[in-house]
Design a protein around this ligand. Sequence first.
Ligand SMILES: O=C(O)CCC(=O)C(=O)O
Ligand SMILES: [Fe+2]
Length: 349
Amino acid sequence: MGLQVDPAFIQAAEHRPKPTISDAGSIPLIDLSPLLHHQIPSDPSDPAIADEVSNLIAQIGEACRDWGFFQVVNHGVEVELLERIQAAASEFFALPAEEKRRVQRGVLNPLGYYDTEHTKNVRDWKEVFDFIVIESETDSLLLKNQWPEYPPEMREACEEYVEGVEKLAYKLLELIAMSLNLPAKILNSFFEGSTSFSRLNHYNPCPSPDLVLGVGRHKDGGALTVLFQDEVGGLDVKRKTDGEWVRVKPIHNSFIVNVGDIIQVWSNDKYESVEHRVSVNSEKDRLSIPFFFNPAACTNVKPLEELVSEDNPPKYQEYNWGDFFKSRRDSNFQKSEKENLQIYHFKRV
Ligand SMILES: O=C(O)CCC(=O)C(=O)O
Ligand SMILES: [Fe+2]
């Protein structure tokens, strides 16, 4: 029998998903309901901090340290925003290819539709639509949204969705800062004029799910990812304790949160950005919507001074986020012989 998929999609044998994967012993589940009736205090030493909130901060800290991933419920993002963006995304991806290509990303502007992303030089079994929160233009980078004509409600659904999810991302950032024993808002100013963007990921059913991946194994390069997934499932996380891949079980009206490379560097490796990938299946298509919470392009990323000392010297050299972001986006666009930029290139030896 001949191959059922283009060889560009085929993973090397060691990276192919196993036919069965466990969702037991998977990522922690955290209930954010204390935030529905308490403010996040400004400082971890605040004597008025409610027990429920200090407990929540401790849970977030443990999840970041032990997993780099967790799932949240009672997150305060309105379910209606989720329903609207899912409906718009499904309608958009169901359009004929020529229609979707009218908003195709280009070399100059990385935003819009595309179905040719490569992760580590193997093509991903997916199509995506990227849009950014704050549009900008510099000599080296154009970040301008390309909204499709159909469905007409897509733009509003996307814009209102990111507004809701960005608020959640700020709360998570503040809880993470507190869990590192730092003032809650210490990281917030890096996100003024942010390069945060969101992506609609659509994975079609695949005739050879044992040979390909929806997204190859990778770590997220930004600060924090807040991801919605539908009920199909397919996100696999590499468990830190034993390196096993575990499936993240879909939970209705929840978000999956993961620490990206920037938090790894800021925390001087206290929290690590963990590898993950997406498996596909032969029956159902799947939708996921990550929000990549990223600082401003001018941010120079390095271990936070408050977290380094003589005994714990900085483990990374400073790098510029805008340059890193551009280099990643260029290398994901086309297959290239060169490995793309990774934070370990800035590791001090
Ligand atoms: O679809 C998913 O569950 C995850 C996608 C992902 O890891 C990414 O887009 O960076
Ligand atoms: Fe990812």
